[in-house]
Design a protein. Structure first.
Length: 247
């Protein structure tokens, strides 16, 4: 099929993170990426995101892209801004700034032209201030920042293909529920801690009766699995209750 379309495979191929891709076959070379990467730093088609192309060091042109944002992005950010400090890190230029400012809560910090190293350094700077960071990204350029953050969540169109260094992968179709998952995770941690407290109380009370000789071994043998079951039941009931409240 490739031969029918006069398409040949490359001899060499390399991806430069945050810059572009480069391939070669025989004596021919092609670069696709930023204007700086292909050697035309002064070429700017517009403030919109552009991908430039050069062949054998000759500039061929560029593709200009207009961003489309996921459904519900504005609602998600507004909900998250009530309890979280937000910031947007983008590898694109500032051409989308005006549009983003309409979608996001007022005074949300926007950082453009961010390369992978810049995103990683931004996360580290927040951590150096003693802050806990949740990073949400949808590209390989975010891999370093996702791994550096306390919690990294990758948004993927295909969860079977995209698996960067992160703590969780969220199907893109469920992006509008991102804040619900964050809230659920926080409440789930509280339920787990309550379960430990309940278990500790059971054991302290049981230990008191056992040490004072008020608890017969047979009764203790019966109560021990019942106590464990009660803790499990408590956790299941509370998690189901939490799930219903989030619907």
């Amino acid at each position: 099929m490739l031969a029918e379309q006069d398409i040949v495979t490359l001899d060499e191929y390399e991806e430069k993170l945050g810059k572009g891709i480069e391939g070669s076959i025989s004596d021919s070379n092609i670069k696709i990426g930023s204007a700086d990467f292909i050697g035309k730093a002064g070429v700017q088609s517009s403030e919109n995101t552009a991908v430039h192309v050069s062949a054998n060091d000759a500039y061929k042109g560029c593709f200009v892209f207009h961003n489309e944002y996921r459904r519900g992005v504005s609602e998600v950010f507004i909900a998250m801004s009530k309890t979280l400090q937000l910031a947007v890190l983008s590898g694109d230029n500032a051409g989308e700034k005006e549009h983003l400012e309409k979608l996001l809560p007022k005074l949300t910090p926007l950082y453009f032209n961010q390369k992978p190293a810049g995103k990683l350094e931004f996360i580290q700077s927040l951590q150096n201030q003693g802050k806990k960071v949740l990073m949400v990204g949808d590209g390989l350029n975010d891999a370093g920042a996702l791994a550096q953050a306390e919690v990294g969540i990758a948004i993927s169109e295909n969860i079977n293909v995209f698996s960067p260094a992160c703590d969780g992968i969220l199907d893109a179709s469920q992006f509008r529920n991102l804040y619900h998952y964050i809230v659920a995770s926080k409440k789930a941690m509280k339920i787990i801690k309550l379960s430990f407290v309940l278990s500790l109380i059971y054991n302290v009370v049981g230990l008191y009766f056992a040490v004072t000789g008020q608890l017969q071994p047979v009764i203790a043998a019966i109560l021990m699995p019942l106590i464990s079951i009660s803790v499990v039941v408590f956790t299941i009931v509370m998690m189901n209750f939490l799930g219903k409240k989030l619907k």
